[in-house]
Ligand binder design. Structure first.
Ligand code: DSN
Length: 429
């Protein structure tokens, strides 16, 4: 008996050792089981991914890269990381991949470190137009230490205006241009961005976090052939573990980017996340992943169409990605009011800034919906059309000032019926 360990340290289940933590985790499983997840940055990972996250490799510390580590005993870590890298390269058809970033923000920060010096100018999309905090928001390190210039979207159609991007690039001569973001629903003109970057001598970073799964599934254009460097998260429509990737078509920046990740902005590798990234990338290489990606697109379009038919203001009128952005100003609602009412009805989404936003980030004038988790669950156009009707019903009732309790209870009942038909993490029959 080891006197400094409690009995069962190596053998007892979490449930028996720490019921408090176990209860919160179980309650979360139930919440996911019974609600309809419409947050665009969420998905449902496979059982295999969950397993890869919970093994003894969490005990291992490594720094550096396969074959060049600072600690011994790294042979299995090396094998895993090499496998994840080679799957990422194969999936995205690129020459360089770094699978260590702990998140998309860390991946973006590493790109800043690799290519820029503090004070350099960066041209990126404004957060309220659909950009991302790590693309130079004043609240983020990137916005505090670099000179950020933002492009927006057209007030008429909500789309990026390439003329505006070119004019800003000409006027400010940025060292880095960023395309991609967290709430832009349309295909981006990567080739056009690259031309602008070439003309002002900037590097082009494409952040494909919100459509990487569609690129992997070959139903969305890839930024890889055009951008100098591409970043993504792995947990949205790519359907893997929480984490990030850095990719590039060429290997010419390999040393610079690798040393920007480690030792630049990160320390030791989260090896269970690397194992789970390998699983996610392996899954994305299978033929059925392409069916899933095509279904995401069909579902996102079905949801957008239903909202438009209900006269809900969908920014750009539709989507080419898993996400849909709704502007609530015409129905005099805030994002906070609307997302709270939807959550009470079992429909989980997030409040989101919209182009021309005037409300603070805790309130906002918009909602962002994503279909990735629902698609993984098995929902198709029929289910997303129903979900679109339920969302519209809640928003219209809220806007008319109707009593919400009965409406929420009734929609919640329908949500429960639907989610019972499409269970998660249960044996398939
Ligand atoms: N970037 C945030 C989002 O889009 O929701 C988190 O992934």
């Amino acid at each position: 008996m080891n006197p400094h360990l409690h009995s069962g340290y190596f053998t007892q289940s979490l449930e028996s050792i720490d019921p408090q933590v176990f209860q919160s985790l179980s309650a979360e499983e139930q919440r996911q089981q019974e609600g309809i997840e419409l947050i665009a940055s969420e998905n449902l990972v496979s059982r295999a991914t969950l397993e890869a996250l919970g093994t003894a490799i969490v005990n291992k510390t490594v720094e550096g890269y396969p074959g060049a580590r600072y600690y011994g005993g790294a042979q299995n870590a090396d094998r895993l990381e090499t496998l994840a890298i080679s799957r990422a390269k194969q999936l995205f058809e690129c020459g360089y991949a770094n699978v260590q970033p702990h998140s998309g923000s860390q991946a973006n920060l590493a790109v800043f470190l690799a290519y820029l010096k503090p004070g350099d100018t960066v041209l990126s999309m404004d957060l309220s137009a659909g950009g991302h905090l790590s693309h130079g928001s004043p609240a983020n390190l990137t916005g505090k230490w670099f000179n950020i210039v933002h492009y927006g979207v057209s007030e008429e159609d909500g789309r990026i205006q390439m003329d505006q991007v070119r004019d800003l690039a000409d006027a400010h001569q940025p060292k880095l241009i960023i395309c991609g973001g967290s709430a832009y629903p349309r295909t981006i003109d990567f080739e056009g961005f690259r031309k602008i970057a070439n003309d002002c001598g900037a590097k082009l970073l494409a952040d494909m976090a919100h459509f990487a799964g569609l690129v992997a599934g070959r139903v969305h254009p890839s930024p890889i052939p055009h951008a100098h460097v591409v970043t993504t998260t792995t947990y949205k429509n790519l359907r893997g573990v929480r984490g990030g990737l850095i990719l590039s078509k060429e290997t010419d920046s390999e040393r610079k980017l690798n040393s920007a990740v480690f030792p630049g902005v990160q320390g030791s590798v989260i090896l269970n996340a690397v194992a789970a990234k390998a699983v996610c990338l392996g899954e994305a290489l299978k033929p059925e992943f392409r069916l899933y990606a095509a279904q995401i697109l069909a579902n996102a379009r079905a949801l957008a169409k239903t909202l438009v038919e209900n006269r809900i203001d969908v920014v750009t009128g539709g989507t080419d990605t898993p996400l849909i952005l709704v502007d609530l100003r015409k129905i005099q609602l805030t994002g906070k009011q609307a997302s709270d009412a939807l959550e009470a009805s079992g429909l989980i989404c997030n409040k989101n800034s919209v182009p021309g936003e005037t409300q603070p980030p805790q309130i906002t004038s918009g909602l962002r919906f994503g279909v990735s988790a629902g698609t993984t669950r098995g929902f198709q156009e029929k289910e997303f059309t129903m979900i679109g009707e339920w969302i519209s019903e809640v928003l219209k009732a809220l806007s008319k000032g109707e009593k919400m309790k009965m409406i929420s209870t009734s929609i919640n009942g329908k949500v429960l019926e639907l989610t019972r038909e499409f269970p998660i993490y249960e044996n398939e029959t």
